[in-house]
Design a protein around this ligand. Structure first.
Ligand code: NAP
Length: 309
């Protein structure tokens, strides 16, 4: 088991990384942090973490390095790049990448690290910023089983449901399946609501009754009301969902697997992004359906350009 006093290096202190790192600090883990934009290190330094000048320095001074950055090239940069973790690697170092990236890239990075004697887990998460703050994330893990078991005490600080999915890349593969199900569910909610609006139903009553039946889902309960109220404040951004669907469709292409529904949702979300709504929450997907329908959920005609403030 990784002892509580093992030193954790944390790289990527954005929306998700900052609260995750803070939770580990609060749990008593000594910590060294690095973030590309230096100012984002301040809350962690104020809470007692040490600051580093590069991912390489983080690796030199840690037992376990956690990365929480945006996309596949970003993980490659902080781990394998010129000043990356790999150059500060020492025997026994473990890397846990918790970003959502391509399973193929996760395997490639793990292989490069293994050549230096470093073990890697891919451990992406679900549960959003709230789950990161509360330490209730779902964590899906790929990599060597014994490394998973060794890191379980650390992962338990961050998440509530932690599942070992198999060898390297299987954590990311699980996360991509999760994103397919989420994306199609959002499209289903959009189509159900626009049909109700066109046919003149009271949409709140519609939500109330169908939420309790077989159509009930997290998306319907959480995003349905926001679509009706036109509350597009982001939990999970359209831009990030598009990144994840690009990863899904590229991975499916590698497997020669058609995913027609996912491709459709990707195009719908592209249309939403083209409206200038990429930074809005995924509930803004309703805007694309409204454009196709020639009417808003409220019954009004859609605006020429929807800026959705
Ligand atoms: P975010 O707030 O945009 O933070 C991204 C972090 O990555 C920032 O610290 C950023 O540094 C760093 N970064 C990006 N590219 C980098 C590079 N090339 N080199 C060094 N640092 C780099 O994003 P987030 O919401 O925390 O998401 C992080 C990951 O978690 C993503 O893979 C996302 O898909 C996944 N995720 C997010 C959610 C959610 O609800 N937000 C839920 C589940 C999973 P700077 O500060 O310098 O920009």
């Amino acid at each position: 088991m990784v002892e509580k006093r093992k030193k954790i290096g944390f790289i990527g202190l954005g929306v998700m990384g900052r609260p995750m790192a803070l939770n580990l600090l609060k749990a008593g883990y000594p910590m060294i942090v690095w973030n590309r934009t230096k100012s984002k290190m301040k809350p962690l330094l104020d809470a007692g973490a040490e600051g580093a000048n590069s991912p390489r320095e983080v690796a030199e001074k840690s037992d376990v390095v956690i990365t929480m950055v945006t996309d596949s090239p970003d993980v490659e940069e902080v781990v394998l790049g010129p000043n990356g973790v790999i150059h500060g690697a020492h025997s026994g170092l473990i890397v846990i990448d918790m970003s959502t990236i391509s399973p193929t890239v996760a395997r490639k990075v793990a292989k490069k690290l293994a050549e230096k004697g470093v073990k890697m887990l891919d451990a992406p998460v679900s549960g959003g910023e709230i789950g990161a703050i509360k330490g209730t994330l779902s964590i899906m893990v790929g990599g060597p089983k014994e490394t998973f078991e060794e890191c379980l005490p650390i992962l338990k600080v961050l998440g509530k449901r932690i599942t070992y999915m198999g060898p390297s890349g299987m954590g990311q593969t699980t996360k991509l399946c999760n994103q397919v199900i989420c994306a199609l569910n959002i499209q289903a909610v959009c189509e159900g609501l626009i049909l109700g609006a066109k046919a003149g139903l009271d949409l709140r009553k519609l939500l109330d009754v169908v939420t309790a039946g077989a159509a009930g889902s997290w998306m319907l309960s959480n995003l349905g009301p926001k679509m009706i109220e036109r509350d597009f404040k982001p939990g999970f951004k359209i831009r990030h969902q598009l990144k994840d669907l690009r990863l899904v469709l590229s991975f499916a292409s590698e497997l020669k697997l058609p995913l027609p529904g996912t491709a459709l949702v990707q195009q719908m979300l592209r249309a939403v992004e083209a409206e200038g709504l990429g930074e809005k929450g995924t509930q803004a997907a309703i805007v694309a359906m409204e454009k196709l329908a020639g009417m808003m959920l409220s019954g009004e005609k859609p605006l020429e350009k929807e800026m959705g403030d």
